[in-house]
Ligand binder design. Structure first.
Ligand code: ADP
Length: 167
């Protein structure tokens, strides 16, 4: 598997699948989630609503992943995953690792060869970047997947530098 780092906005990435740092409601939010829905258009939210009306009536549980169309984004699918909120008193690393693993599992089920990830949980959910980067890179490296390219899309120079150092 080819592992690459890019600095930029994930909504501009050409990839088979783009991963959304969603929240369990699947109804949109801030950060990556807001940007994906803004730029991807209403079709994505429409599919999210259907997911909530069907299998995910109570929302998407933390650490799990589900795909929708990518709407107007330059990708075929958006894979929505819900990162854990960071806690200093409780180790939630396994849930963060699960987001990456489950997203790749969904990507495999779709036949996606390239997947772009943001740094899940490092924004509104407060996970320290260095620790999150270690979990992200290690989990993706060890994943049993047919995905050929995993790209981490880091929003700012600081996040990029942390991932680069860890890689
Ligand atoms: P979470 O709720 O999982 O913490 P956020 O979307 O708040 O998710 O943030 C996750 C990371 O993505 C943060 O490091 C944030 O700076 C970054 N980010 C925010 N917007 C974008 C974007 N458009 N493209 C790529 N990364 C982004």
């Amino acid at each position: 598997m080819k592992l690459t780092l890019v600095r930029g906005d994930i909504t501009g990435q050409h990839a088979d699948a783009i991963v959304n740092a969603a929240n369990s409601s699947l109804m949109g939010g801030g950060g990556v989630d807001g940007a994906i829905h803004r730029r991807g258009g209403p079709e994505i939210l429409e599919e999210c609503r259907k997911l909530r009306a069907g299998h995910y009536g109570k929302g998407l549980p933390t650490g799990q992943a589900v795909a929708t169309t990518a709407g107007r984004l330059p990708a075929k699918w958006v894979i929505h995953t819900v990162g854990p909120v960071y806690s200093a008193s409780e180790d939630r690393s396994e849930l963060l690792a699960s987001c990456y693993r489950e997203s790749l599992r969904v990507a495999d089920s779709l036949g996606a060869a390239s997947v772009a990830f943001p740094a899940i949980s490092t924004g509104i959910y407060g996970w320290p970047m260095d620790d999150a980067a270690g979990i992200a890179l290690e989990t993706v490296r060890q994943a049993d997947t047919a995905v050929e390219e995993v790209r981490f899309v880091l929003f700012d120079a600081a996040a990029y530098a942390v991932f680069e150092a860890r890689l």
